[in-house]
Ligand binder design. Structure first.
Ligand SMILES: [Zn+2]
Ligand SMILES: [Zn+2]
Length: 130
């Protein structure tokens, strides 16, 4: 699969089969995107490669680094030192986000009261159990 940021400066390629596909309602996803939730998919870290441009990064918590386009701000990836072999990628930065629908919700306990979960998918109050 291929994806990239809104302006086209950063492009990436991702392979393999996603191991998780979740919509995250945590406050960090909210505050770093300005959106009520963010849908992510997880792949092996070596299956993700940037093919054009250079993303910028910032540390969003003691264990995690997020990348984004330095020109347009699109958030692209999340990498945690707790899961060094994995990387999470934003579903909606894919060229075809419809190809990776979420299977559950995480950090649902943190969701905005008006951000209703009514898709029938399982909602984990916090992190999805592994
Ligand atoms: Zn961009
Ligand atoms: Zn989150």
């Amino acid at each position: 699969m291929n994806g990239g940021c809104f302006c086209g400066f950063v492009r990436y390629e991702v392979g393999g089969v996603p191991t998780e596909k979740t919509t995250c309602h945590c406050s960090i996803c909210r505050r770093t995107t300005g959106a009520p939730h963010v849908t992510w998919f997880t792949v092996r870290r070596d299956a993700f490669s940037v093919t054009a441009g250079t993303p910028a990064t910032f540390r969003s918590s003691d264990h995690a680094v997020r990348s984004f386009c330095p020109r347009c701000g699109t958030q692209l990836s999340f990498a945690s030192s707790r899961f060094p072999d994995e990387i999470d990628v934003t579903v909606c930065s894919l060229d075809d986000p419809g190809a990776v629908p979420p299977t559950d919700h995480t950090f649902a306990a943190s969701r905005m009261s008006w951000d209703l979960i009514c898709d029938g998918l399982r909602a984990y109050p916090e992190r999805r159990p592994r």
